[in-house]
Design a protein around this ligand. Structure first.
Ligand SMILES: NC(=O)c1ccc[n+]([C@@H]2O[C@H](COP(=O)([O-])OP(=O)(O)OC[C@H]3O[C@@H](n4cnc5c(N)ncnc54)[C@H](OP(=O)(O)O)[C@@H]3O)[C@@H](O)[C@H]2O)c1
Length: 275
């Protein structure tokens, strides 16, 4: 799979990862866990690494930790979770619980979820990174309205490795409001809601994939939607969520073959806006 370097270290990051909201919030229900195990196995078999979760996602962190441990792939995945609480002590406690649920004393990436009490949590995360408990730190949000604040924080604060934001073919504000700042500041970009929570598929229901999609090695709508985002070199990794192994296999193929250049991206935007 194609990789992009994490700017702060140069570590290669495979471009297709996996989101866990809401699909990994299944508790101990074995029938619901079974396809998720297959989804994670497919991710790892295709050399994918990032799995994104959060204490906000119900039982998802614990389910992720169980599945990764059960498959014995802890060394191969890159676990990203979040702190989503106010207060220093509460943040420390929540991050310790995440490490325990993920069965991972060192967490690859800790992010401030939706910028909740971000100054407090960022200060703690910097200490934990210095102590070797976190490998990378970041901040997240998902709304267009938050892009300016994410950009302002990245411009003002040093040492933030990752930002996670919403970006899809239907919601492209990040292209102008955040990604240029990330490229200039050397911050890795994780794209959440890359399929607009599934809404992109509704817009093309009943339509045939355009013939020009083959020029980008796209054999499905999902691959076209994801490859459009990967055409921006500022993007590091996409984290589409699914509990369906065939959808995971489909999404992983977006990390292979040709990507659109700027001219092709402009054509895709015009085609999308004309639907
Ligand atoms: N503030 C934050 O930090 C924040 C906010 C939002 C999201 N996130 C993260 O981003 C992740 C992704 O966001 P999201 O789940 O909201 O939206 P998304 O990934 O854009 O969309 C997920 C939807 O797309 C469908 N889908 C996935 N692959 C498909 C395929 N190949 N073909 C057809 N349908 C497909 C899924 O349905 P099926 O299950 O049927 O495949 C699901 O309904 C979350 O899981 C979470 O980890 C973070």
């Amino acid at each position: 799979m194609l990789t992009r370097p994490i700017p702060s270290t140069g570590e290669p990051m495979p471009v297709i990862g996996l989101g866990t909201w809401p699909v990994f919030n299944v508790g101990s229900d074995e029938r619901s866990r079974e396809p998720l195990r297959e989804v994670v196995r497919l991710l790892v078999d295709a050399s994918g690494r990032m799995i994104d979760t959060s204490p906000m996602y119900g039982s998802a962190e614990g389910v992720t930790g169980d599945i990764v441990a059960g498959l014995g792939v802890g060394e191969r995945v890159f676990l990203a979770t979040k702190v989503w609480i106010s207060g220093r002590g509460q943040g420390i406690e929540q991050m310790a619980r995440s490490a325990s649920l993920l069965k991972s004393p060192v967490i690859d990436l800790m992010q401030v979820h939706n910028l909740v009490d971000w100054r407090t949590q960022l200060a703690t995360m910097r200490e934990m990174k210095a102590n070797g408990r976190l490998r990378y730190i970041g901040i997240t949000h998902y709304t267009t309205g938050s892009l300016a604040e994410l950009a302002r924080i990245l411009e003002a604060e040093d040492g933030i490795d990752f930002v996670q934001c919403g970006y899809s073919l239907a919601t492209r504000a990040a292209e102008t409001r955040l990604l240029p700042v990330c490229a200039a500041r050397g911050v890795a970009v994780i794209v959440n809601q890359p399929l607009e929570r599934g809404d992109l598929f509704r817009a093309v229901r009943g339509k045939a994939l355009p013939a020009w999609a083959a020029e980008l090695d796209c054999a499905s709508w999902a691959q076209l939607f994801l490859k459009y985002l990967l055409g921006d070199p500022a993007v590091t990794v996409l984290i589409p969520a699914t509990n369906k192994p065939d959808h995971m296999a489909d999404n992983l193929k977006a990390g292979l073959g040709r990507l659109p250049g700027e001219q092709q991206r402009e054509q895709i935007r015009r085609w999308w806006d004309g639907l």
